[in-house]
Design a protein around this ligand. Sequence first.
Ligand SMILES: NC(=O)c1ccc[n+]([C@@H]2O[C@H](COP(=O)([O-])OP(=O)(O)OC[C@H]3O[C@@H](n4cnc5c(N)ncnc54)[C@H](O)[C@@H]3O)[C@@H](O)[C@H]2O)c1
Length: 313
Amino acid sequence: MKILVTGGAGFIGSHVVDAYIAAGHEVAVLDNLSSGREENVNPSARVFRADVRELAQVQSAVASFKPEVVNHHAAQSEVPKSVADPGYDAQVNVVGGLNVLKASVDNAVRKVIFSSTGGALYGEPDVVPADEDHPIRPLSPYGTSKYAFEQYLGTFERTFGLTFTTLRYANIYGARQDFFAEEGRVVAIFASRMIEDKPVTIDGDGNQSRDMLHVGDVATANLVALNRGDGGTYHVSSGVPVTVNDLFRKLALLTEYKREPMLGPPRKGDVYRIALDNTRAAEQLAWQPRILLEEGLRLTVDYFRDQIARLQA
Ligand SMILES: NC(=O)c1ccc[n+]([C@@H]2O[C@H](COP(=O)([O-])OP(=O)(O)OC[C@H]3O[C@@H](n4cnc5c(N)ncnc54)[C@H](O)[C@@H]3O)[C@@H](O)[C@H]2O)c1
């Protein structure tokens, strides 16, 4: 199958590209390399360096590659950036997304798979784990722009017959995550700082919990969504809350880190306790997470050790 992956040079998108190519699909990447990196891209994928905010650039890539499926990962993906500049967030996540949908309809694409968020949609959830029908009340412009695009997918299906599957991700971690990022990427930041024996700061009391999923499990969810889940919205998650203090302890063991964490002020607008129920994905997509937290953290620490050794060489 021919698949165009937007954002395929980024952290998650590049793993999705690898999984598609390993399964024998023909893949192209559309990315402007704003946060993605060329070295992330599988050498078997064709690359269109294009900005989703420019309709002509998206049209030209889609018309030239003629994909059957468009997998849309390109995004402004950081919550704090969306708070600082909500207009830019909407330009990329809403207007850019609409350009991808318009080009898909114009070029007879069968299906769009969309990487949405579970962590930024529900505010402080009423129940943990929350399922996909939980009331939507985003705390950030990022959550709102992702949800707006989910709504557009429904419109494009009803009006133009463009099928979609929406995958609402938990907190994803693993190789190629940007460890220089200041915010939000707790595993990448902790692991890379511990390996270098630098101080690690926990925001708040560390009892806040997240639903952590290894990127390898996200890649398999995108594989099954090629042929299942039409018109559906699914959590891609572990279903289990894990505290930031727990993550600190597990990573400290793996990196033989002996320092105590420093405690900083809690982050404004952060959800305190969340996990996402993945029963619907298990029942309708036959997808389940396979990589246990300890195993995923070990793989991630190994990756960052390697990266840091390379940078220091
Ligand atoms: N990382 C997570 O935990 C998480 C959780 C929920 C949802 N998501 C979603 O998954 C997707 C991938 O996230 P990620 O963590 O890999 O982030 P990322 O920043 O590594 O990937 C985003 C990619 O999109 C590209 N991009 C950004 N703006 C673009 C533009 N205007 N035109 C073309 N390409 C552009 C970037 O260069 C990058 O390669 C995003 O849609 C994000 O919202 C991520």
